[in-house]
Design a protein around this ligand. Structure first.
Ligand SMILES: O=c1ccn([C@@H]2O[C@H](COP(=O)(O)O)[C@@H](O)[C@H]2O)c(=O)[nH]1
Length: 312
């Protein structure tokens, strides 16, 4: 009912990072694309087959050192239902390899529809009396701007199925301040108010290490806000995108961690997936290049936050 499973993996691997799986054909080594095209042609089926092969290679290379993966749904949806099937296959494969899976879907709607999203991504779908996991991720990113009735259905599923959600609080993009930094009548900023909601919503799904199953997305590109929110939302675990390709560095995200080195999981997607192109290494070495980058990232945090310990 919380992020306890994810926290335990972070501590076991001494690695507070998550590898983003946002595959585009431009990132995939030509030998994988050629094999997929030879079998399926230049079709959505072919693209989806390439995505799965590429992702499985990355997962195999990362699963013993990185606790979690974060597939962003848009990169699969762009390849139609075949791409969506690739997302489901990716989630299942990563879990088989012991990884915690955060589907980045940023879903939001009224309560009744959120119930459907909760069932689809985290829960179990009833098919005429048969209970089937549709996507079965461990956590989902959501948008909280529809308010409590949009979040409540997720809390039920999180409680029953030991899953978590990450609510958008202070996003990493350049324009995030246009709305999120606005001051409300209460004197709080919009992101601060959303962080306070996360603390309240999380009370229903509290874990044993001091963090609830309601986390927050806070960008690495806003270090001051990361530190501010760490103080103001002490029971809210942070998913921190914006490291690497968006310019956030290891020093920038240090304020996201608590005194035990917990409290945040830092995402890198393009930085890890495209490491082989940056290194200009042999295309067949793409997964090992990703592993080398993931180790560099892990070690950068180890050097800054020291040993990660279970709190409370
Ligand atoms: O505020 C946010 C929320 C989500 N994201 C997502 O994280 C990754 C970042 O990818 P990089 O390649 O490491 O930049 C991507 O899936 C975004 O959709 C974010 O960047 N910022």
């Amino acid at each position: 009912m919380s992020f306890d499973r994810m926290i335990e993996k972070i501590v076991e691997m001494q690695n507070p990072t998550v590898a983003g799986l946002d595959p585009k054909l431009a990132y995939i080594p030509p030998y994988i694309l050629e094999e997929a095209v030879a079998e399926h042609g230049k079709t959505l089926e072919g693209a989806a087959a390439a995505l799965v092969t590429y992702n499985k290679g990355l997962i195999d290379a990362l699963c013993d050192i990185v606790p979690a993966v974060k597939p962003q749904a848009a990169y699969y949806e762009m390849y139609g239902w075949q791409g969506v099937r690739a997302l489901a296959e990716t989630i299942a494969y990563a879990q088989e390899k012991g990884m915690f899976v955060i589907t980045d879907g940023k879903r939001n709607d009224i309560g009744a529809t959120m119930e459907a999203y909760a069932t689809a991504h985290l829960g179990t779908t009833d098919v005429l009396g048969e209970a089937v996991d549709a996507f079965g991720a461990d956590a989902l990113t959501v948008n909280g701007y529809l308010g409590t009735d949009g979040i409540k259905p997720l809390l039920g599923v999180c409680g029953e199925k030991d899953k978590g959600i990450f609510v958008l609080v202070k996003t990493s993009n350049p324009s995030s301040g246009e709305l999120q930094d606005q001051k409300l009548e209460s004197g709080k900023t919009v992101y601060e108010a959303m962080g306070a909601f996360c603390e309240t919503w999380g009370e229903a799904v509290m874990g044993k290490y001091g963090y609830s199953g309601v986390g927050a997305v806070v960008g690495a590109t806003y270090p001051a806000q990361l530190g501010e929110m760490r103080e103001k939302a002490p029971h809210t675990f942070f998913l921190v995108p914006g490291y690497g390709a968006q310019g956030g560095g290891a020093d920038d995200v240090v304020p996201a961690f608590d005194k035990n080195g917990l409290g945040a999981i830092i995402n890198s997607s393009r930085g890890i997936m495209c490491a082989w192109q940056k290194e200009k290494c042999d295309e067949h070495d793409y997964a090992q290049a990703a592993r080398r980058e993931a180790i560099r990232m892990r070690d950068a945090f180890r050097a800054r936050i020291g040993e990660i310990r279970l709190g409370e």
